[in-house]
Ligand binder design. Structure first.
Ligand code: AMP
Ligand code: MG
Length: 403
């Protein structure tokens, strides 16, 4: 087992132990955010008929400038057996199939109608405002490839072709185990030495921002027995995320409980602030993270180490893209450990202005509760001046859009 490694080595070790999952078939409606494991082919032409793009009149192009008889109408979902011959028009609605003989659709705002006759504009281009059958997508075309993400638009495309079951790389089974004798559930009034369990809900929310619903969330008091039971329940999960009891305290029994559980420790402690005592182990194909209990340490541990492993599992790019901004205030880097600093990026004058949200240590999530991004400061970087260009990462679940 490695100890006191730097954050880059730590993420390398995590990713080296992470696996890709195998594909499985699911109802497409349950796959938002997942990656397709198959290509999707068009089962029919799209559009399936010559479709009017406008509310107007289906006409012959050679009738431009003339006055023609309106023989009837065809609405979306309707059909017409009428043949549009020279000297006649059909009133037509957006999305309706063009009747036989239609050469163009003239928008209703471009004609003058008097009873059953319309006077057409002087120029009509053949084919105007008609989307021909199969112009968007011919039967048999590959519309999505294996590796594409199921976004709402991808889902719409899939169901358009009548497909409701797809092969995807599914989300992992994930267990969250919080630990600590001092913790009570959020609805409970804490006693004099108690605090509310906020890491459990935070970790579940972070997982949900990756489209993962935790398989279960449970709490263990600081005894080997309770930890053992919680781990036994989690034994079929792909990921086990524990929080608390990983430092050097007398009741910090997570590392021992994990060894007993059959896990192989990979590293313990990373030279970072917050989150130094993080513990990482594997058990067969299972990844087990012991995150420190302090809320910001726990948050950082999930953001930096758990999330990339989950993304890799789901066949996504493991590491999120970085953005660039301008530091809004000087930052004084202290100490020998890499600092991951919560910050708030705001879009002003076409740039991201990034303000570090300085708190009082790794238990102080209040300072960070309005953060939407994270900065990284390397040891020895000294003071970084206000106005410096800085790279940052968006936080899980934080939208880059202004509130
Ligand atoms: P530990 O890592 O168990 O030593 O805990 C470090 C600090 O984080 C202690 O002050 C704990 O009370 C606090 N803590 C541990 N688990 C949680 C949790 N689930 N929610 C909120 N605070 C926690
Ligand atoms: Mg504890």
């Amino acid at each position: 087992m490695r100890t006191l490694i730097d954050p880059d080595t730590a993420i390398e070790l995590v990713l080296a132990s992470s696996n890709h999952t195998k594909s499985l078939s699911f109802s497409v409606y349950e796959t938002l955010g997942e990656i397709l494991a198959e290509s999707i082919l068009a089962d029919s032409d799209y559009p399936p008929f010559d479709r009017s793009m406008m509310d107007g009149y289906a006409v012959r192009a050679s009738d431009a400038g003339g006055t023609v008889n309106v023989a009837g109408e065809v609405a979306a979902g309707g059909v017409s057996t009428h043949h549009v011959a020279a000297g006649t028009a059909m009133e037509i609605m957006t999305g309706a199939p063009c009747p036989d003989g239609t050469e163009a659709v003239v928008p209703k705002e471009d004609v003058t109608r008097e009873e059953d006759r319309v006077t057409l504009p002087t120029t009509i281009k053949p084919g105007q405002n008609i989307t021909r059958r199969s112009a968007e997508c011919a039967k048999g075309t590959t519309v999505l490839n294996a590796g594409d993400t199921i976004t709402p638009l991808a889902l719409a495309t899939i169901v358009t072709f009548g497909i409701e079951e797809v092969s995807v790389y599914p989300t992992p089974k994930l267990a969250i185990i919080t630990t600590g004798d001092e913790l009570v559930a959020p609805h409970v009034s804490p006693g004099p030495s108690q605090i509310r369990n906020s890491n459990g809900p935070m970790l579940a929310a972070m997982a949900q921002s990756l489209a993962v619903s935790p398989t279960f969330v449970t709490h263990a008091r600081d005894t080997m027995d309770e930890l053992r039971n919680a781990l036994a329940q989690a034994s079929a999960c792909d990921f086990i995320i524990l929080t608390g009891a990983v430092s050097a305290g007398k009741y910090d029994s997570v590392p021992d409980a994990l060894r007993e559980f059959g896990a192989t420790p990979i590293f313990h402690k990373v030279t970072q602030r917050p989150g130094k005592p993080i513990f990482f182990a594997t058990r067969d194909r299972q990844l087990i993270f012991g995150l420190p209990g302090n809320p910001l340490s726990c948050h950082l541990g999930f953001h930096r180490y758990v999330a990339p492993a989950i993304r890799k599992f789901m066949h996504h790019e493991p590491l999120p893209p970085k953005a660039t901004g301008t530091l809004a205030a000087p930052y004084v880097m202290k100490g020998p450990r890499t600092v991951f600093q919560l910050a708030r990026a705001e879009h002003r004058d076409n740039a991201w202005i990034v303000t570090p949200l300085l708190g009082k240590g790794s238990a102080d999530m209040y300072a960070g509760s309005t953060a939407n991004c994270m900065l990284r400061f390397k040891p020895g970087c000294g003071t970084v001046d206000s106005g410096s260009a800085v790279e940052f990462e968006w936080l899980l679940g934080a939208s880059p859009l202004p509130r």
